[in-house]
Design a protein around this ligand. Structure first.
Ligand SMILES: [Zn+2]
Length: 133
């Protein structure tokens, strides 16, 4: 059987010999049929949806954690723009791979995370943070 599960034509069976990627049973099916039965197809689709939900929840958790870290660091100072070292943010658990929106303000590119915006200051180890609302 080929790797792509296209199957081998079985003239006596009137279908292609295939292997279901869900239950690993061999079956005879149409050329474009992937699963042996609707139950296996539904099971696989449910598994994929569950995996996507876990991934989405992970992104949301990281985003919420990053927002709360920016909020914490920002509120430690009475300034409108707070400077903090990158290592401090990392120490707090900030993940720069978390979700953000890029935007330009006063000619500088900022990362928007929740109600906060931050940007690395070129040539330094510092991050500027400000609250947007
Ligand atoms: Zn199956």
């Amino acid at each position: 059987m080929s790797e792509n599960n296209n199957g081998v034509w079985q003239p006596y069976e009137g279908g292609f010999l295939k292997k279901c990627p869900e239950c690993f049973m061999q079956f005879h099916g149409r050329k474009n049929q992937i699963y042996c039965c609707p139950k296996c197809k539904a099971r696989r689709n449910n598994d994929l949806a569950a995996e996507r939900k876990i991934e989405r929840d992970g992104h949301t958790a990281t985003l919420l954690r990053n927002i709360s870290i920016l909020k914490k660091v920002f509120s430690e100072s009475a300034k409108d723009i707070v400077e903090v070292s990158k290592s401090r943010l990392v120490y707090e658990g900030f993940e720069k791979e978390g979700l953000y929106t890029l935007f330009t303000m006063a000619g500088e590119q900022w990362f928007k995370v929740g109600d906060y915006a931050y940007r690395p200051i070129d040539g330094t180890d510092l991050i500027e943070i400000q609250k947007l609302v």
